[in-house]
Design a binder for this molecule. Structure first.
Ligand SMILES: NC(=O)c1ccc[n+]([C@@H]2O[C@H](COP(=O)([O-])OP(=O)(O)OC[C@H]3O[C@@H](n4cnc5c(N)ncnc54)[C@H](OP(=O)(O)O)[C@@H]3O)[C@@H](O)[C@H]2O)c1
Length: 303
């Protein structure tokens, strides 16, 4: 038996196409999930080209659906449970996933909303936690219009911090003030006082400027590099009172943090911004919108 998936296909546009892959077989400590929604990340587009995912294998990291078989060892969610997951190969109708990468989705939270959470939500949650976002802290979020950025703005505001959301244009900043940003600015020129924390996902000149804006003792969380541009630090810009540039990557054992994210959604403290939604048959269209910086938040697929 086989299952339909979006796979690495070098001859297809963007290197991604539909294919049939072997039906997943759950190992010990894994659940089988019938995937109903997935969401698209920059990483998926990169992984189609960088060799991280082999040709012919399913792409994807984020999904939500229903457990069709609980883990043989009795751990994790049981058959019939609605779940969100963060795992390689999420762009498939059926997946086998470690219970350490799955969380139950509470009643009242839609599975499409849950599918929008993992990659971007985990990056925002964990980077802000690592930097100890709290009341009295000034938090700068670059790329605030995007997937990571819209979660980071909401979570920093929820932590009680003063939030400055940096976007590329006023149109890209729509909704960020109501999401909790105290200031929505275009670029970084209007940051007038040093900041304690930066959630930085643009790279290039944004990274250099954000470092300059960071107060002594501050923490710059380098989450992504959406611009793809090099960062050139002026001489001596890294010499001075101690402050920290922290590299960040999502680890897969995400069950507890995914549970935190869906709980925050259930409580109304976090609202997944879904800027594009449609059938996964329209994958190419969504990828074009994401690359074209026209998605406010996340692109979510219905399977
Ligand atoms: N380390 C990790 O584990 C991890 C996890 C999640 C994401 N990431 C990375 O974080 C970055 C952002 O991810 P995301 O999901 O938030 O992406 P996204 O939804 O596309 O948002 C990225 C934002 O960056 C801004 N941007 C500025 N210059 C850009 C340029 N030249 N090209 C494209 N975007 C530009 C855009 O804002 P404006 O249009 O307002 O300028 C855009 O909204 C990506 O590099 C991604 O790979 C890393």
């Amino acid at each position: 038996m086989s299952t339909r998936a979006l796979i690495v296909a070098p001859s297809a546009r963007a290197g991604i196409g539909f294919g049939e892959v072997a039906d997943p077989v759950a190992g010990t400590g894994q659940v089988l999930v019938n995937v109903l929604h997935t969401s698209l990340n920059y990483a998926d587009l990169n992984n189609a080209r960088n060799g991280r995912v082999p040709v012919g294998s399913p792409l994807g990291l984020d999904a939500a659906g229903v457990v069709t078989r609980g883990a043989a060892d009795g751990s994790g969610p049981s058959t019939g449970t609605r779940v969100v997951l963060f795992a390689d190969g999420a762009f498939a109708k059926r997946v086998a996933v470690d219970v350490s990468a799955v969380a139950e989705v509470p009643d009242g939270v839609g599975l499409a909303e849950a599918a929008a959470l993992p990659t971007a939500g985990l990056a925002a949650l964990r980077s802000l936690r690592s930097a100890a976002a709290a009341p009295g802290k000034r938090v700068l979020v670059t790329g605030a219009s995007g997937g990571v950025g819209r979660y980071a703005v909401q979570l920093a505001a929820h932590a009680g911090a003063y939030v400055i959301a940096s976007v590329g244009s006023s149109e890209r900043g729509v909704g960020l003030a109501s999401a909790g940003a105290n200031e929505v600015i275009i670029g970084l020129d209007d940051v007038k006082e040093p900041v304690d924390i930066v959630v930085e996902s643009v790279g290039g000149g944004h990274l250099v400027t954000a470092w300059k804006l960071l107060a002594p003792g501050g923490s710059l969380q380098s989450v992504g590099w959406a611009s793809g541009e090099p960062a050139v630090f002026p001489p001596y810009s890294t010499v001075g009172p101690p402050k920290t540039l922290v590299s960040y990557v999502n680890e897969f054992a995400a069950a507890d943090d995914l549970a935190d994210l869906v709980r925050l959604v259930a409580e109304g403290a976090l609202v997944p911004a879904i800027g594009w939604r449609g059938s996964w048959e329209r994958f190419t269209e969504a990828a074009d919108e994401l690359i074209g910086r026209r998605v406010h938040g996340k692109a979510v697929f219905d399977l």
